[in-house]
Design a protein around this ligand. Structure first.
Ligand code: HEC
Length: 255
């Protein structure tokens, strides 16, 4: 299962917990006459809060690990997601302090709860929500493939475990990519250096942080974009099939 699908499933749980927390908060603070058993709702509220933060920490670990192995700059969307996520433990901590220590602020504690709920929706929307849209609710695998390439590229850089190196698009894919490259790209691009022929030399193209001309992050999907809707004067290679594009990327990854 890809990290994105995993995060999406966890996010559904997080949204559920958040909804339950808001509901119990309303029951605890909202009624003018206390007709309900407030203690029962407080208990539920505590349990959902505890589950929420446990899942949050668990998923955060995977996210941080993913950033670590892919070693790429975060996209604007991931940055927004990280900032929203980082504010959650801070608000959570403050809320705990208010309920345990700084009880003078207790009247405001519901604001913290609402803020956490709002930020949760932003956090989930900017990650799992995005994934579910671009992958057609997890049914389009090309997105996962790109993620696999990134992992694979990262494992190539640091040696990697044998399983990581045995990425399915391994040697055969690279060989096919090399042929396509010779046929279609080498006229304008030198694979052995960064010298310009017509376009820039592509040595180390996926090892650098940025692509040489557009300065976009050097990721497989940006190379794919370059083939489909090229930046600058390069002709488009939109007739290459998905597999052929994958093969070219696998080859570029070895440069
Ligand atoms: C007719 C010449 C030509 C061919 C053929 C060509 N390119 Fe390019 N390519 C260019 C030029 C020119 C640029 C730089 C764009 C600019 O300066 O406007 C470029 C830029 C690039 C970049 C860097 C893009 C960036 O964002 O910085 C990549 C990667 C690339 N080409 C890959 C390929 C691959 C892979 C192929 C083969 C499928 C290919 N090119 C075929 C001319 C070509």
């Amino acid at each position: 299962m890809s990290i994105y699908l995993f995060k999406s499933i966890m996010s559904v749980v997080i949204i559920l917990l958040t909804t339950i927390s808001i509901y119990t908060m309303f029951e605890i603070f909202g009624r003018s006459q206390v007709t309900v058993d407030v203690r029962k709702y407080k208990k539920i509220h505590k349990v959902t809060g505890f589950l929420y933060i446990t899942i949050f920490l668990f998923v955060s670990y995977f996210c941080l690990y993913y950033i670590f192995i892919s070693r790429t700059e975060l996209t604007p969307r991931s940055n927004l997601h990280s900032i929203l996520s980082l504010s959650i433990p801070v608000l959570f901590g403050m809320k705990l302090l208010i309920t345990r220590v700084y009880k003078q602020f207790y009247n405001h504690v519901n604001i913290y709860g609402l803020l956490i709920a709002l930020i949760t929706f932003g956090m989930v929307g900017s990650s799992a929500g995005y994934y579910l849209i671009v992958s057609r609710a997890g049914t389009d695998i090309s997105f996962d493939k790109i993620a696999q390439y990134k992992n694979w590229a990262a494992s190539q850089k640091k040696g990697g475990t044998p399983e990581e190196r045995a990425f399915p698009a391994g040697p055969e894919s690279i060989a096919r990519g090399e042929n396509i490259f010779k046929e279609k790209c080498s006229f304008c691009h030198d694979p052995q250096s960064t010298e310009n022929i017509v376009g820039p030399g592509l040595k180390g193209i996926l090892k650098n942080p940025e692509l040489p001309i557009s300065r976009r992050p050097a990721t497989p999907d940006n190379i794919r974009n370059q083939l489909r809707k090229p930046f600058g004067r390069m002709p488009a290679f939109d007739y290459l099939t998905e597999e052929e594009a994958d093969d070219v990327i696998a080859f570029l990854n070895t440069l």
